[in-house]
Design a protein around this ligand. Structure first.
Ligand SMILES: Cc1ncc(C[n+]2csc(CCOP(=O)(O)OP(=O)(O)O)c2C)c(N)n1
Ligand code: SF4
Ligand SMILES: [Mg+2]
Length: 351
């Protein structure tokens, strides 16, 4: 069985957000993933982020591909729109939905196999087109659903459960997202909720392509010694560049840390990203420097996490394409079918 509804009952005094919703209103069905799977922690972080941001669940559209990671939208945001697409095809389905209705908040959830193996082309084009979305890859370095084969993000030399080493070079999807023009790029770890929740909140508030690579250990097939995606390995090699706090609304904030250690970035929607620096030399608004930093640390075997790059003035696909501001489902017949005279005029302009 893959669908277990949660009982509707909850404590009457659960805290509510500005819309009057409790956290339960952002949950989904009971998870059927393996106990301890990193993906379940990411689902919990998504629920937490959407609750704290006070997002109306019916304004969110969650889309995914195929894999254990892509099953997770069933386990969060049960009152939102959902579409479980084909393996590696979430980005194009989401792009189409976004073109037809720019008013929804788009959340794409995928796996490392779904995005870096079969769906690599889809991932790349969605980033370079600046589709307004939050794109989360739940990265465990294996195809969990099909019993643990190495995916394209597995590190060279990493060993599988039987001790066989992966001999292919890994694809660094964070490096790719930076190079391809994503305007919000972060990496986190499913075991670090304090880092992951604000990172997701910042991404959901961002206008443009927001990408989060979240290392999410597969306890069934890739959590042993010799793996570079296990809980122990990631904890030991995690190099966080900053600590993020997201403040919504347009109120002034007070900066309580020593000058020079806190950076405040105002996003398009007025939300503020308050970044407490951990690495002194790290500038999250310099794309090229972020790429260099990432590669230098990767060569040392370190996994760099935090908000790695943000362009708060980033544009999205709609501004380049000058598409309809009104969702197609709200357009009237005469706007959708402008008639023979309009068609004739258009054809004449192309002759
Ligand atoms: C076109 C197609 N090819 C192959 C498969 C088999 N398949 C299902 S899930 C999967 C890999 C999933 O890996 P990932 O995206 O990393 O998700 P995880 O299960 O690790 O979370 C594969 C190869 C499929 N469903 N469809
Ligand atoms: S097989 Fe791995 S990825 Fe899939 S649910 Fe189990 S632990 Fe998670
Ligand atoms: Mg995987």
């Amino acid at each position: 069985m893959t669908f277990l509804p949660k009982p509707k009952l909850h404590h009457p005094n659960l805290p509510t957000n500005e819309l009057g919703f409790t956290r339960r209103d952002y949950e989904g069905a009971i998870s059927t993933l393996c106990a301890g799977c990193g993906h379940d922690s990411i689902s919990a972080a998504i629920v937490h982020a959407c609750f704290e941001l006070g997002l109306p669940p019916h304004r969110i559209a969650k889309l995914s591909g195929i894999g254990c990671s892509s099953k997770t939208p069933t386990y969060f945001l049960g009152n939102s729109h959902g579409f479980n697409s084909v393996h590696g095809r979430m980005p194009s389905v989401l792009t189409g939905a976004n073109l037809a209705n720019r008013d929804l908040i788009y959340l794409g959830v995928s796996g490392d196999g779904d995005s870096a193996s079969i769906g690599l082309g889809q991932f790349a084009h969605c980033m370079r087109r600046g589709v307004n979305m939050t794109y989360i890859v739940e990265n465990n370095g294996v195809y969990g659903l099909t019993k643990g084969q190495f995916s394209a993000t597995a590190d060279k030399g990493a060993k599988n459960k039987r001790g066989v080493a992966n001999m292919d070079e890994p694809i660094d999807i964070v490096g790719m997202a930076l190079q391809l023009g994503a305007t919000y790029v972060g990496r986190s770890f499913s075991g670090d909720k304090a880092q992951l929740v604000p990172l997701i909140k910042g991404a959901l508030s961002h206008k443009g392509a927001a990408f989060i690579d979240c290392i999410s250990p597969c306890v069934a097939f890739n959590n042993h010694e010799g793996s570079t995606k296990s809980f122990d390995y990631v904890r030991e090699h995690n190099e966080s560049v900053n600590f993020l706090d997201v403040i919504t609304g347009r109120n002034e904030i007070t900066v309580d840390q020593a000058p020079g250690t806190v950076e405040v970035v105002r996003q398009h929607d007025g939300s503020l990203l308050k970044l407490r620096k951990i690495a002194d030399d790290y500038d999250p608004t310099d794309r090229v420097a972020a790429m260099n930093f990432l590669h230098q640390h990767a060569a040392r075997g370190e996994i760099v996490t935090g908000l790695l790059f943000v362009d708060p003035e980033g544009e999205d696909m709609h501004s380049y394409l000058e598409t309809s501001e009104t969702p197609f489902n709200a357009l009237r017949d005469e706007e959708l079918v402008p008639g023979a005279a309009a068609l004739e005029k258009l054809n004449a302009s192309l002759r």
